[in-house]
Design a protein. Structure first.
Length: 207
């Protein structure tokens, strides 16, 4: 869903696709309507299918979103352990820009986590690079991008990020309702944010 949001906000004029484990996609067939295509995991046939589909998408001018580990993984995990699919595709697609994207779901001050994203610089691989060399290069640039995002997340500075989608703030449940009722009886507005908010010098609200 993060890629769907980014596709809509940043690259609305292009067609977007993403591979997904064929067995998992059967449980969520509606995802096929937004460009998710099935891939057999851990089989030679699935690998060949992945390459053919992705090359056809790129040749048509489309965008492919790939999770190179092929699984859910902790952002602190090192080495990342790329599956060979991305490296094989990159080695067969010289000159096609590959953009690393790091994602963290981090709790700051609110009851719901922040989805923090950072793009790295586009990578253009030279013709004739092997699958292993391509994987190593791409894993290196993604690790660098992830480390940069980690430092930004630790700084907890919302001003360092561009907000694409803003969720709800404040406490929920009985505690949040209690604060709201108290403010109602006291006839004053009670902010439900965990941290005090102030007006910045440029007129923007900050927390």
């Amino acid at each position: 869903m993060v890629s769907v949001l980014l596709a809509e906000r940043l690259l609305p004029g292009l067609k977007h696709f993403a591979p997904m484990d064929a067995a998992a996609l059967k449980r969520y067939p509606i995802l096929g309507k937004i460009g998710i295509f099935p891939v057999e995991m851990a089989t030679a046939r699935g690998g060949a299918q992945f390459l053919r589909t992705c090359q056809a998408i790129l040749a048509s001018g489309g965008v492919v979103w790939i999770t190179p580990q092929g699984r859910f993984a902790d952002s602190r995990e090192r080495p990342l352990g790329f599956k060979p699919g991305l490296g094989a595709l990159a080695a067969r697609s010289p000159g096609v820009p590959i953009v690393p994207l790091a994602i963290e779901y981090t709790f700051w001050d609110e009851r719901l986590p922040e989805a923090l994203l950072r793009f790295g610089a586009p990578v253009l691989l030279a013709d004739g690079m092997s699958t292993d060399a391509a994987s190593e290069r791409l894993e290196g640039v993604l690790v660098a991008t992830m480390d940069e995002l980690k430092l930004a997340a630790m700084a907890r500075d919302a001003g360092a990020f561009r907000v694409l989608l803003r969720g709800g703030r404040g406490t929920g449940g009985v505690y949040g309702m209690g604060r709201w009722v108290r403010g109602l009886f006291m006839r004053r507005r009670v902010g439900l944010d965990h941290t005090e908010r102030r007006e910045a010098s440029d007129g923007r609200e900050q927390s």
